[in-house]
Write a protein that binds this ligand. Structure first.
Ligand SMILES: NC(=O)c1ccc[n+]([C@@H]2O[C@H](COP(=O)([O-])OP(=O)(O)OC[C@H]3O[C@@H](n4cnc5c(N)ncnc54)[C@H](O)[C@@H]3O)[C@@H](O)[C@H]2O)c1
Length: 300
């Protein structure tokens, strides 16, 4: 007879685009990974926008809702927390989650800069909680395969890498000025949002980068304002009040992989845009080496 599945209590902080997606992912655990013998229970969700709290209860299926994220961290039935808040809250909430002894998945970027990220890491290590970061593309089977090919030397000596993550979510000039375009709320622009994914994948497959030279560009310097929690960054506002875009739309870097990398000494380019007309979400990494019948090109 099968053992009774263990139930994991889930808490969600912020019910935006990612909050919905995380909720759906937790619900698939029992049938996507039956070998784990786990069930998930959506216990409580928090958002400062009351309509999103209602949505979490009425549509996503959370048993409880709140406008104060501390209620999620203090809830005795919550075992794991998804932190899907805008970037400026990540360090505060990540540290609070660790102090509350909750395991957490935190969305990228963990901090708006190195110090915030390091502070969250320190709190998590000190509390002994398990953590994961939203670099979800790592988990695609093709990426694991590429990493294995590189690690086994099947491409010979790695010579160069090319990674591109182009999205068009801000390609509409009247696309809303969400928190993503505000330095205080987001930190960097496409660097934190998309470039971080591409860099993570390069380092995951080939190893740590040691040298960088880079540039950025902002294509649209003003956009129509949007109140927090009222729509997503895909919203388009005609004739709205304009505000300043405070971070970059495009970033490109030339990189060199360090001596501890599997691909030590290899060089590469990484490029990201949030205003590309054409690709909705065009993500590609190419790894070139001195051997192998064909070089590895992964696209998403
Ligand atoms: N891993 C990925 O591929 C991926 C993709 C998209 C976004 N993200 C990350 O996910 C995070 C959220 O992005 P999003 O697109 O879901 O944002 P969003 O704007 O759709 O949602 C953010 C939500 O946070 C709520 N919020 C604001 N202040 C709050 C507070 N004090 N307490 C609780 N909730 C609060 C807002 O009301 C809103 O509902 C960002 O850090 C982003 O970088 C990751």
């Amino acid at each position: 007879m099968n053992a009774e599945p263990r139930t994991i209590g889930v808490g969600l902080i912020s019910v935006g685009w990612m909050g919905k997606l995380h909720s759906r992912a937790y619900q698939t655990v029992p049938y996507a990974y039956p070998e784990l013998g786990l069930k998930t229970k959506l216990v409580i969700a928090a958002d400062t926008a009351p309509s999103r709290v209602d949505y979490a209860r009425d549509v996503l299926g959370f048993a409880e809702g709140t406008t104060d994220y501390h209620d999620v961290l203090n809830h005795p039935d919550v075992d794991v927390v998804s932190i899907c808040a805008p970037n400026f809250l990540h360090a505060e909430i990540g540290i609070a989650a660790a102090k509350a002894g909750k395991h957490f998945w935190i969305e990228k970027p963990v901090g708006r800069g190195y110090q915030e990220t390091a502070a969250v890491q320190e709190a998590a290590v000190e509390a002994g909680v398990l953590t994961s970061i939203g670099y979800n593309y790592r988990h695609a089977p093709a990426v694991e395969h590429a990493r294995k090919l590189v690690a086994e030397g099947r491409l010979g000596r790695i010579t160069n890498v090319r990674a591109v993550f182009f999205s068009g979510y801000a390609s509409e000039p009247n696309g809303a000025l969400s928190w993503r375009f505000d330095k205080k709320l987001a930190g960097t622009g496409v660097l934190a949002d998309l470039f971080s994914h591409a860099t993570d994948l390069c380092q995951y497959v080939v190893g740590p980068i040691a040298e960088v030279t880079a540039l950025t560009s902002t294509v649209y310097t003003q956009r129509p304002k949007l109140a927090m929690g009222s729509a997503t960054h895909f919203a388009v506002i005609e004739n709205g009040e304009m505000g300043e875009v405070e971070n970059e739309d495009y970033a490109a870097a030339l990189v060199r992989f360090g001596p501890s990398a599997v691909g030590a000494g290899a060089v590469g380019t990484i490029e990201s845009s949030r205003v590309a007309v054409g690709p909705e979400c065009g993500y590609q990494i190419e790894v070139y080496g001195t051997e192998g019948s064909s070089n590895g090109i992964l696209s998403a």
